[in-house]
Design a protein around this ligand. Structure first.
Ligand code: 5GP
Length: 120
């Protein structure tokens, strides 16, 4: 089964303002900030504001407006970062085999130059 949401995870602490982050976008549905260890010229993380452990958790539990609002925010982040013309990559890790480190759903946004075959 899925683990319960842990309120003490690092992204929950960023959402509460307990830990600083270099924010690129915030709205009712999402917060986006630069990854602390970038793996591409642009490497941003987009997270929903609610307590979701993973993409599967989010997509099965959040209501339709919340899901739509989150993905619109992802698109807005790419627009704000100027990635639309050259393109970019979205990625989310789920669980152990994918190497998910932080148990709060997040989408990686990679761009700013040609990307290799895999990142994150
Ligand atoms: P995951 O492996 O869970 O998909 O990705 C977690 C990401 O969060 C990693 O790319 C890691 O560099 C990033 N990260 C971990 N801790 C922090 C932090 O405190 N601040 C920021 N901005 N990024 C973090």
């Amino acid at each position: 089964g899925r683990p319960p949401y842990d309120d003490g995870n690092i992204f929950a602490r960023i959402l509460r303002g307990e830990i600083p982050a270099r924010k690129v976008h915030e709205d009712d549905h999402a917060l986006a900030f630069h990854d602390i260890a970038p793996q591409a010229p642009v490497h941003v993380l987009v997270i929903p504001k609610g307590p979701y452990v993973s993409a599967a958790d989010f997509l099965t539990k959040a209501d339709a407006e919340t899901v739509a609002g989150f993905w619109r925010a992802v698109a807005e982040v790419a627009r704000k970062l100027g990635l639309e013309d050259a393109g970019y990559r979205l990625l989310t890790n789920m669980g152990h085999d994918a190497g998910q480190e932080v148990p709060h759903f997040h989408v990686h946004v990679f761009g700013g130059g040609p990307l290799g075959p895999m990142l994150a």
